[in-house]
Ligand binder design. Sequence first.
Ligand SMILES: Nc1ncnc2c1ncn2[C@@H]1O[C@H](COP(=O)(O)OP(=O)(O)OP(=O)(O)O)[C@@H](O)[C@H]1O
Length: 837
Amino acid sequence: MAKKKKTTSKTKQKASTKFKKPNLNFNRKQKVILGSFLILFGIALLVAFTSFLFNWQVDQSTLSNLSDRSVETKNWLSKFGAGISNFFIYKGFGIAAYSIAVLVSLTGFYFFFGMNKKNLKTFWFWGVLVMLWFSTVLGFFAESNALLGGMIGFETNDFLQDYLGFAGTVLLLAFILIVYLVARLNVTPEMLAKYFHKTKKEVAEDFDEAQQESATASNTTENTSEEIQAPIVKENVQTSASEETEAELAIKFERKDGEEEETTSAKNSNKIEEEQDSSIDLNTETNSTETSTPSEKEKIVIKSNDEEDVAMEVETAEEEEVEEDSLSKKIVKDFGEFDPTLELSNYKFPTIELLKDYNAGGSSITIDQQELEENKDNIVNTLKNYKIEIAQIKATVGPTVTLYEIVPEAGIRISKIKNLEDDIALSLAALGIRIIAPIPGRGTIGIEVPNKNASIVSMRSVVASSKFQHAEMQLPIALGKTISNETFVVDLAKMPHLLMAGATGQGKSVGLNCILTSLLYQKHPAEVKFVLVDPKKVELTLFNKIERHYLAKLPDSEEAIITDNTKVINTLNSLCIEMDHRYDLLKDAMVRNIKEYNEKFKARKLNPENGHKFLPYIVLVVDEFADLIMTAGKEVETPIARLAQLARAIGIHLIIATQRPSVNVITGMIKANFPARIAFRVTSKIDSRTILDSGGADQLIGRGDMLYTQGNDLVRLQCAFVDTPEVEKITDFIGSQKAYPDAHQLPEYESEDSGTSLDIDVDERDKLFNQAAEVLVTAQQGSASLLQRKLKVGYNRAGRLIDQLEAAGIVGPFEGSKARQVLVPDLIALEEHLNNE
Ligand SMILES: Nc1ncnc2c1ncn2[C@@H]1O[C@H](COP(=O)(O)OP(=O)(O)OP(=O)(O)O)[C@@H](O)[C@H]1O
């Protein structure tokens, strides 16, 4: 039971996410080997110590000569046994040294069975303390037997006595004993009182029985003995009367406790419940003694000694809620906080070595003094040509661009400099010049000039940065580095959704991989799940390997990564169901967001039997969003917009990437709900406006050069570079570890389009039926894709409409690759046709 204590679970989890600490995480084989060694070593110590107790005097003379092979010792473990026992017992802690043998074996067991080692430290702490205490206590008897307390025991005892005297030492040791009993064994005065009462009662009962027996026997005895016994019996009667009152009290309390347990056990999780049952059994005594705690309902029966007096019942009731609170505290105390990572407790986070070091052996940034000078001169001269004098200029060299901050002479209009963007670009003969006038909060004008030799920002460097490692965020993402070479870390949970756009080949896929990798480095599989939509079918395939660790999918689907556009609709709708379900859970738990919910769940304040469970974050990644909108239209847009509007509080976050940032793809509704946006290089200013609501993305230089905004300022970043082989290594590393039995299951979604028949009822027709008929009749072409485009409906719905139109006799039957024939010549005929139905 003790091994389930998880008071340190949070810290452990954090610690384990910091993967760089010297790795004491052995693999299973190493653990078995180490474990068996420690168990056997512990046993060897036990044997050696025991033998030493009998043979130490004989072996004493050989100790100085142990290295001599010819020397013989009596110890069962020969010279080794004699030497080590002498060290631990005689020179050490006396017989208390047995503790060490036990602790070593115990440690071995922990390794051997791969148990959670959290409690091991506590065992060692208390074990060593107990050993010291015993050896000091036994130090009192050192004169009669030096072996009892060992040298340390004797010396400690002697030292204490010098300063505290005999009595002081005894009192100090008694105090340490109390500390141990209270802190380690949870012994409380109430417990002792209860134990005392119980014992007293048992003794009294035994005594009663003895009395009865002797009473029957004493029928034949003399009167004198009755006289002697009389007062004792009388006294005893009194005792049992008061005992009866106590016994009655105890019964009342026990019954109350029983009730409490019934309600409590119903409130606890399946997993906890098994454990709890036993704990309650164990703790019944404790509960029944804690009669003074206000949370319990007390019923005290006051009985009068006088037979005629009426007995009075005093009942005190307290609020139940407090009881529940104290219950959760009790469960947490007994079993520790709920640890969501327990099922994969041996899960190891990927190590940093899996990532490639692109700048091995040097700084990622090379400063080319000559280039800096040239650029500076060009800027100054160009501006001078337009009669703009500069008071000051400063350069900050970043990985891809250098920022020249200029302070113009007083009286120069900023717009004048801004308008010279193209001229400065021309004079510097460089692409991708961006002018920020003014730089917010700095009072300067910035001119960003690409470096001739851009350096790669490796994923390794950003993942290893302390900013990322110590990020106190829910979903930390290391996007890359800023112009001043600082690692840029953002919280996806705060964004709360991300829109990503950029022309082909500018770094979008790398960006997505960078985001996913960041999360893999920080989040345990129990804490985050990905839903991946990849119409290109190649970009995210590598993540298939971690399906059972990190991916979520629909119950009936085979592939976790969705490549088929029609399946996306089902998944999105399923996520909407999950969202509604999570909102219900949050409402029930009376919390506002997933973070509070999970905290409450971890603190065991929510009962799994009421459907509560630990909620992982869900990150939906959609690559090629434009493609999706093209084929599925409104059917995709509606659930996406719903999720984007509502899902932030319940931990569903969307990342949407698109090549074509046109307004019919990134609609107003979507834009409004995606305040955080990333723009890689795009081809036109209009595209830049569509993504960022401002220009700038068209002036980027590509290869991961990007602009990030979270609603206000634009930040220019160099996206961290993570190559496919690196991602493969990481997914291999994770994939090779123990996984959940299946990918995380999303709720089932029944799509409406299941089963169409030709005899469709007129009343069951799609709302767009008439419109669809008009479209086809006007075009005289019976094609579903036409309906998709004109009515902005998905493939399924268009197919359904065609079926209904066929049933209504407006279009002909399916003719293979050819479009269906339209059977109604024009709109007037159509109107007639529909009226006659
Ligand atoms: N952060 C980066 N640092 C350095 N080079 C990069 C970075 N990002 C991308 N590149 C370079 O650009 C190339 C194309 O990147 P990527 O595949 O991510 O483009 P993309 O935008 O996804 O293109 P598409 O939309 O066609 O899939 C990469 O192979 C790499 O060489």
